[in-house]
Design a protein around this ligand. Sequence first.
Ligand SMILES: Cc1cc2nc3c(=O)[nH]c(=O)nc-3n(C[C@H](O)[C@H](O)[C@H](O)COP(=O)(O)OP(=O)(O)OC[C@H]3O[C@@H](n4cnc5c(N)ncnc54)[C@H](O)[C@@H]3O)c2cc1C
Length: 713
Amino acid sequence: MTTVAPTLRHHSRLAPLLERWDSVTAFLEKGAGAILDLATRIWVGQIFFVSGMLKIFFMSGMMKIADMGVAVQLDADRHPLPGLEANAAAALGVGVDLLCPILLLFGLATRFAAVPLIATVALLQFNHVDSVDHYYWMALLGFLILRGPGAISLDNFIDPHAHTTALPFGSSLERFDAFARRFLLPVFELVVRVWLAWLLWRFAFRDGPAVLQAAGLILCALLGVGLATRAVATMLVLLSVTFLANAPALGDPVTRLLLFAGFALYGAGALSLDHLVLQRALRLCPSLSNDTRWLEGAPRVVIVGAGFGGVAAALALRHAWARVTLVDRHNYHLFQPLLYQVATATLSPADIAAPIRALLRGQQNCRVLMEQATGVDTERREVALAGARVPFDYLVLATGARHSYFGKDSWEAFAPGLKRIDDATAIRSRILAAFERAESCDDEQERRRLLTFVMVGAGPTGVELAGAIAELARQGLREEFRTIDPATARIVLVQSGPLVLPSLPKPLSIAAERLLTELGVEVLTNSRVEAIDADGVQIGGMRIEARTVLWTAGVMASEAGSWIGAERDGAGRIFVGPDLAVPNASNIFALGDTASCKGADGKPLPGLAAVAKQQGHYVAKLIRARIEGRREPGPFRYHDYGSMATIGRKAAVADLPFVRLTGALAWWFWGLVHVMFLVGARSRITVMFDWFWSYLTYSRSVRLITGGGSRAD
Ligand SMILES: Cc1cc2nc3c(=O)[nH]c(=O)nc-3n(C[C@H](O)[C@H](O)[C@H](O)COP(=O)(O)OP(=O)(O)OC[C@H]3O[C@@H](n4cnc5c(N)ncnc54)[C@H](O)[C@@H]3O)c2cc1C
């Protein structure tokens, strides 16, 4: 339907290959590179730290009680520092050896910490002991100074705000970083490569048999000129742990391995043949350039909703010849599966939400609009926003779902649901305020009401909330109140059907119910809620007085279906075809919670993050294929990698493709998966820390009562 870009028509065969290469190298640098940087910091740090400790504890081959004076003397005698009085020089050396490695470990002020270390090694090498290892250490420390400490570091948290931080030298450091990466790093990489090539040739290959000489010469030459460097360096990593592991002239194999691994992950740098080749290849692939001129006249793809589906679609379109507009009423993407942890005071909202703009920072073909969509004009192909209209050639509706009270909308005032951050903070305030009010309440009946929490609906959210509230009451608030005992709180989970977690296999549902009961949750199955009011709930003729009732039952798709007049199912989801297109509108797609798409068994796919994500990828692939005139992918197929739910702080149930897990093992697996899927290193690290802390102590870090939900009424 839309004209195919001339550039793409011409070069389309090479483009996918280069784009794949770009994704692989980005992963190597940002993912594996971060781990390598951490390993390098730890490895180099421990060498100096051990040396510092030895200077204090170990004298003349005998262990003795720490004697700083003797240690200092030892150091002063062995390694005098020119221009400094012997004892002062030695004390300085010990201080550097002990303090800088700690900074390296945490990645704090890494560059500052690496400078004295590199100076120490240089002094040692050029004034005292000649060793190839010293050159390795200097190379690794040099990379830390020029490249920075990597993603898993405290510096990395501060980096984005370097120019505004109150820390000293913030903006100067930022300028240094830009200068170092642009001018110093390429030269340093070249020098290290050439030196390593020379070293290997001289000590590993030159004196070997002819075949080895020839192979070695090729490897060393490639490394020196920087051609196919990643492959060559990977080979050298393997050789370092096998054939070259015991070559004394080549020094410490571990440190050498770290150096080669650096070239395998980060490549040869700008002064290399690889770089030249890549630059030429990139000219054939405008999607990888930062030049936005090639997007002129490109089809307009509008995605409404930056949830799991919308963001996946936008990201997967990053190389497409398309002008993408991503619209969301919020400026953040929310990781809904952990909302319950915000509601129960374990995590902060910022831990589970990431700014949409930051997610798409480097994506030149995508703009983000923080707007509420209010309708779609299918004739004119425009999306109506609160104050503007956005034209589209392709439209993706990914607006998710909201709560459904099955026609009893009046219940919402008494039983809030959990869907947004505001819901979570309001529920958190409500739960915490209930305990506070119970503490000051004189009326026993009202106190019981305040200390009763009812969850309506035992799907994953209900189960997880019930477990978390039970733990908060039994453990998290222990010994903090004087009038009430929070552990006596009554937590009730109501389910209309016979099983909790009905979407999981029966044995796991039974296990989940048992685990909940062990935590002190009252599970009422086959119990239908008949009424909810300010004082409690009516269930099958039984009355439960409760000030906190939470709705964890039904959801209803967003109103997007009504914008396009599409046919919908009972839950308001738009019926879509096998290609996720809306019938009679092949350029409009619906996905995620807002779409009703049949799975392999003919039943509608469940409202899960994984479904939305896979559909987002699929739609992006399909749109791109159409734009570029390529073969379109076949019908959408959902790949089910399993479902999980946690019950409290250390138990979970998990239904995985080959195994079913319950208990602590499932909890660890659940934790690992959720941390992996969180967006951003900051969130991953803070969430891991918060979990670890609450795992050890049961304490909840975010017990704030804020906003309008501060009263449990
Ligand atoms: C508490 C909770 C726990 C969950 N736990 C799990 C779990 O453990 N595992 C799992 O797989 N799934 C879980 N889910 C379900 C999962 O989060 C959803 O299936 C998934 O988010 C659906 O993705 P989506 O892209 O369709 O919609 P969403 O992720 O909901 O995103 C919709 C986006 O559209 C935006 N939007 C809506 N209307 C408009 C509008 N008019 N204009 C502009 N923007 C709009 C919203 O702001 C939102 O950003 C959970 C859901 C909840 C609420």
